[in-house]
Design a protein around this ligand. Structure first.
Ligand SMILES: Cc1ncc(COP(=O)(O)O)c(C=O)c1O
Ligand SMILES: N[C@@H](CCOP(=O)(O)O)C(=O)O
Length: 462
């Protein structure tokens, strides 16, 4: 298995080099050259595996023997030993047609831990084996940052710098990132939005000399390892339902911002997992829902919402999907991305829009609807949804047909977004790990967010 760039200007590369490259050196994103095709028999064999066993099988397909199986198994086992639930990502039934896939049982109470516990350990493994320096640069709307920091804090040979939008993350997210006292962690709080943070890091990664000189590595879903690790729970959730006798027409509803999580589901489907529908749920920052419904990809005005981690206009992984949509035609993807940079929009032709609408259904959930959904499910089922999960559930309520079963991805624990939940007079008790954060001192540097200023901070830190 080799990895190629969506822009076609990078020689096919192996797994570890792909992880280290992060953003492709031609400015594109890496994807597997070919997707493994799983037979019905393989899927049947996988159905009884534990989460860790399944993750080992899935990763083995992509790692191409670059990591001995015993080492890979240890990486997997170590990564998921930090989760509080023995199933790692359990499914919880809400009603006849709706299950919630709880992805928040990791150390930072968000789905990012599933991939970032693994990626943190993988970086540490590569650093030890190759005696190489790992300097991580990441952007976050709140969850990736906390989770990435947790994945590498205190690890020898690794330093991490995370950019988050100043005062646009929840209090708990801010505390999770900024109360970490390990000296290998730097938090920069950028005057701007998540899109600004993501643009800055992509521009710095695209400066290939700078990237190589300072050994810059990615932990965002820019890094293909993130996406691959996130495919595992689609399989696992599907198998959990199949084991309950529920194997017909299973759809997934995915709260979406940077398009990484739902893209992982798309890859699982392309590999042979018989997912019925992929429902793409956005908040009021709805560029992706508009794209699926109208064929126009164009940022709107930034909206601060109750689901701040999805307050994203420019969805990084959209480029990966375009690559598949255009049948792997890197030249077309390159010119579409150039057009997006110049004109701020991409329009796709009618026949491709049909294909997009066969791949996804999409719904944009407004602020009121998000809170109504939290309240309704709390009152009716005694289940507290976080606002991101609520977007996924609201979209599923809107788009799933009678008789279909939907698995809504629960991407964060509600305690991370108490500000939003309290608006409906719902009170919750924080898990003790979160409560403890409020007594700790914070460390962060507020920056105005020019590339030059960020570079200066990085040079001092790395
Ligand atoms: C809690 C939560 N839900 C959903 C999302 C959206 O996921 P993605 O960016 O992979 O589309 C994010 C951010 O990534 C998030 O932090
Ligand atoms: N919502 C994310 C945004 C970054 O997404 P990623 O999947 O590319 O890391 C966050 O919480 O930071």
């Amino acid at each position: 298995m080799k990895y190629i760039s969506t822009r076609g200007q990078v020689a096919p590369t192996g797994f570890i080099d792909a992880i280290l490259m992060g953003l492709a050196d031609d400015g594109g994103l890496l994807v597997p050259e070919q997707l493994p095709q799983l037979s019905e028999e393989t899927l049947k064999q996988w159905q009884q595996l534990s989460y860790q066993e399944l993750a080992l099988e899935v990763f083995s397909l992509f790692v191409n023997n670059e990591i001995p199986r015993a080492d890979l198994k240890k990486l997997v086992d170590d990564s998921y030993s930090t989760f509080r639930h023995e199933d790692v990502t359990p499914v919880h039934q809400i009603n006849e047609g709706l299950y919630v896939l709880e992805l928040f049982h990791g150390p930072t109470f968000a789905f990012k831990d599933v991939a970032l516990q693994f990626l943190g350990n993988l970086y540490s493994y590569i650093s030890r084996k190759n005696n190489s320096i790992i300097h991580i640069l990441g952007a976050t709307s709140g969850d990736t940052g906390a989770s990435a920091i947790e994945g590498v804090r205190g690890k020898e040979g690794i330093r991490i710098c995370i950019l988050h939008p100043h005062q646009k993350v929840s209090k708990v997210q801010e505390l999770q990132m900024t109360t970490v006292s390990d000296t290998n962690v730097l938090n920069l709080s950028v005057e701007g939005t998540f899109d600004d943070c993501q643009r800055i890091i992509k521009e710095l990664f695209a400066d290939v000399d700078f990237k190589h000189q300072y050994h810059l590595r990615a932990i965002n879903s820019i890094n293909i390892a993130r996406i691959l690790a996130q495919t595992v729970y689609y399989f696992y959730a599907y198998f959990q339902l199949a084991n309950k006798g529920q194997a017909e027409k299973i759809s997934f509803s995915v709260p979406t911002g940077n398009f990484g999580d739902i893209f992982a589901g798309y890859l699982a489907q392309q590999m042979g997992l018989p997912i019925h529908k992929l429902i793409l749920a956005t908040n009021e920052n709805n560029i992706l829902a508009r794209f699926v419904n109208e064929g126009l990809y164009q940022p709107g005005d930034f909206r601060g919402t109750y689901s701040p981690s999805m307050d994203i206009q420019v969805a990084s992984n959209f480029e990966r999907y375009l690559f598949y949509l255009y049948g792997g035609d890197a030249a077309t993807v390159t010119s579409l991305m150039a057009q997006f940079k110049a004109e701020g929009r991409i329009v796709i032709p009618e026949q491709l829009l049909k294909r997009v609408q066969a791949d996804f259904s999409a719904y944009s959930v407004d602020n009121e609807d998000c809170l109504n959904t939290i309240q309704e499910y709390h009152e009716k089922y005694g289940y507290l949804l976080d606002p991101h999960t609520a977007c996924g559930v609201a979209a599923s309520d809107k788009l799933a047909a009678d008789g279909e079963v939907t698995v809504a991805l629960s991407t964060a624990h509600p305690a991370k977004f108490d500000e939003s939940i309290r608006l409906r007079n719902i009170s919750q008790t924080y898990p003790e790990q979160i409560q403890a954060l409020f007594d700790k001192p914070q460390n962060q540097i507020v920056v105005d967010g020019t590339n030059e200023e960020i570079k200066k901070q990085l040079l001092t830190f790395f």
